[in-house]
Design a protein around this ligand. Structure first.
Ligand code: HEM
Ligand code: MTE
Length: 477
């Protein structure tokens, strides 16, 4: 190995495709794995690491922690990574984003500052519970770094005046509750709206949605403990949340939810301090975030600093002048944000994750496998997913993942409290002689709501609430 050449990260990065060769690094070594790609037992996913380090990907797929895997890898060693490239970048202090955490390289980044990213669709539904590292991330501002020892959560609007809780109070004074809930951004699938006509916003694909296990105290337990009463309830209409992330003027990210959602025994609103069994990571709101299951991501406030019980909605920009739906006929000259309600519960949604638009499949295969996710807001359970290979002329019913397949820890939820997505799958015989497939999916929820067939009639200037049939064209070769 002494004779192996030394390569810079820059050189490695260039080898990021089958055409240019596929190089990866691992513990200071450089590997040319071009010839291994087609025989990789995990399939095409290996290309996600092309030109990059393997470690973060293997951390996600523990199956690689075996000697025979390292033996295979060693056969492809072509060099040594330059020492300074094995170290992390120096932190620049002037940049407000300089203390943002490092992120998983598999993420598809829509914006670096603030950080907004989604996992590649092909790995989104590999797990019922999305691994924390690849859970989509949607930040409006730099990630605030909060010392858990000095952290305080303030509550205003209760009869006894302002309450100030420590993280310890939250963890010890209230029972720890755990639930599985999907979070979806209002802008999920915005890129499909952009194809109809340009909208304002990040160009999200189909993966601004993820599912996690959240633990914390119920908001209602906390509010009752500090004096919430029928008298308070008689006046209160909303519960406002403020984050500890602030813009240049010192204004925090904020939003509110209806008081009934917050206080109902069936609302399950959490002040969460754990995600997937560990402390919340910096990107997802450490040390405490609101989890408002069934409600748009925007109200699930991260880095929660303040709760206000109020007669009024949050006056935050994001509650008043963003995250609202409008008619396709409304444009930026005519829009009146006051005329539309803030988005809360989201409509029924589904998407295909294993087939990419424009990809091709082998004619010799007698069946096509289609996989994806489905979810609905407001605790409405997905009861069916329909899949078509011919643009919606004929339909097949997909198999929803059963609760036994999911995990013993995920018993089926009580009616009206289905907070988590359902993964689904179907094998459909390949229609004889087909040149191209128009693969389509649509979900039906427990209220028999279903998805609209096309995007144009639900187009809106902000590009929110895209939930038309998800459609991918696949060539048969
Ligand atoms: C499975 C090797 C990179 C995703 C495997 C297995 C081997 C292997 C030998 C089968 C392990 C077993 O079942 O005993 C390698 C090598 C890599 C590499 C040598 C790099 C040079 C990656 C990357 C990803 C990935 C970058 C993901 C981004 C997977 C997955 C499986 C797998 C998902 C499991 C497939 C299944 O359960 O059917 N890999 N891998 N691999 N690999 Fe990789
Ligand atoms: N909370 C704070 N404090 N700041 C934010 O920028 N983004 C919101 C919400 N909570 C945000 C926030 C939006 S729009 C979404 S979709 C979710 O967080 C995303 O949560 P995630 O990053 O954990 O996926």
């Amino acid at each position: 190995t002494n004779s192996l050449p030394v390569y810079s990260q820059e050189e490695v990065t260039k080898h990021c495709s089958i055409e240019k060769g596929v190089w990866v690094t691992y513990k200071g070594g450089v590997y040319d794995i071009t010839d291994f790609v087609t025989v990789h037992p995990g399939g095409d996913k290996i290309l996600l690491a092309a030109g990059k380090a393997l470690e973060p990907f293997w951390a996600l797929y523990g199956v690689h922690e075996q000697e025979h895997v390292l033996e295979i890898l060693s056969e492809y060693k072509v060099g040594i990574l330059r020492a300074e490239d094995s170290k992390k970048d120096d932190i620049k202090s002037a940049d407000p984003y300089s203390t943002d955490p490092t992120r998983h390289p598999a993420l598809i980044v829509n914006s670096v500052k603030p950080f907004n990213a989604e996992p590649p669709p092909v790995i989104l539904t590999d797990n019922y519970i999305t691994p924390t590292d690849i859970f989509f991330k949607r930040n409006h501002l730099p990630v605030p770094r909060i010392d858990p020892k000095t952290y305080r959560l303030e509550i205003e609007g209760l009869p006894g005046g302002t309450v100030s809780l420590t993280l310890d109070d939250l963890k010890t004074l209230f029972p720890k509750r755990t639930l599985i809930a999907t979070i979806q951004c209002a802008g999920n699938r915005r890129s499909e709206m952009n194809k109809v006509k340009q909208v304002k916003g990040l160009n999200w694909g189909i993966a601004a949605i993820s599912n996690a296990k959240w633990s914390g105290a119920y908001l209602r337990d906390v509010l009752y403990h500090y004096g919430f009463s029928p008298e308070v309830a008689a006046k209160a209409r909303h519960v406002q949340f403020e984050g500890l992330d602030v813009d240049v003027t010192g204004t925090p990210y904020g939003a509110s939810i209806p008081i009934n959602k917050a206080m109902s025994e069936e609302g399950d609103v959490l002040l969460a301090y754990q995600m997937n069994g560990e402390d919340l990571p910096a990107d997802h709101g450490f040390p405490v975030r609101a989890i408002v299951p069934g409600v748009v991501g925007a109200r699930n406030i991260k880095w929660l600093g303040k709760i206000v019980i109020s007669e009024e909605e949050s006056q935050s920009h994001w509650q008043q002048n963003d995250y609202k739906g409008f008619s396709p006929g409304t444009d930026w000259d005519t829009v009146d944000f006051k005329s539309a309600p803030a988005i809360q519960e989201l409509p029924v949604q589904s998407a295909i994750t294993n087939l990419a638009d424009g990809s091709s499949i082998d004619r010799d295969m007698d069946k096509v496998t289609v996989k994806g996710y489905a979810w609905s807001g407001g605790g409405r359970e997905v009861v069916r997913v329909d899949v078509s290979l011919d643009g919606g002329k004929t339909w097949h019913v997909a198999k929803l993942q059963s609760s036994e397949e999911i995990e013993s820890s995920a018993p089926s939820p009580p009616p009206g409290r289905a907070w988590a997505w359902k993964l689904w799958e179907i094998e459909i015989p390949l229609p004889e002689g087909a040149q191209e497939l128009e693969v389509v999916c649509k979900a039906v929820d427990s209220s028999y709501n279903t998805q609209p067939d096309s995007v144009a009639p639900i187009w809106n200037l902000r590009g929110v609430l895209t939930n038309a049939w998800h459609q991918v064209r696949v060539k048969v070769k």
